[in-house]
Design a protein around this ligand. Structure first.
Ligand SMILES: [Zn+2]
Length: 74
């Protein structure tokens, strides 16, 4: 039997890769949680960012550079 979880366990939340280039889809500014670079995300992702800030959680967003480094660390 195979169980597919549609929601990621919050305690194992992975960084969300965001782009530093504004696009038609991604017009909301957030900051990379590691290097504070400006990034652009869509509305849903920006809501997630706001909620993380309000609740005092870690900023889940990472720029391309930082998310690559995170991958390297395994
Ligand atoms: Zn970064």
């Amino acid at each position: 039997m195979e169980i597919t979880r549609s929601y990621v366990d919050l305690s194992h939340q992975l960084p969300i890769a965001a782009t530093s280039v504004m696009t038609d889809e991604q017009q909301h500014e957030v900051r990379c949680g590691t290097c504070a670079r400006e990034l652009y995300v869509d509305e849903d992702a920006h809501r997630l960012y706001s909620e993380a800030l309000i609740s005092g959680s870690d900023n889940p967003f990472r720029c391309e550079v930082c998310s690559e480094e995170y991958d390297d660390l395994g």
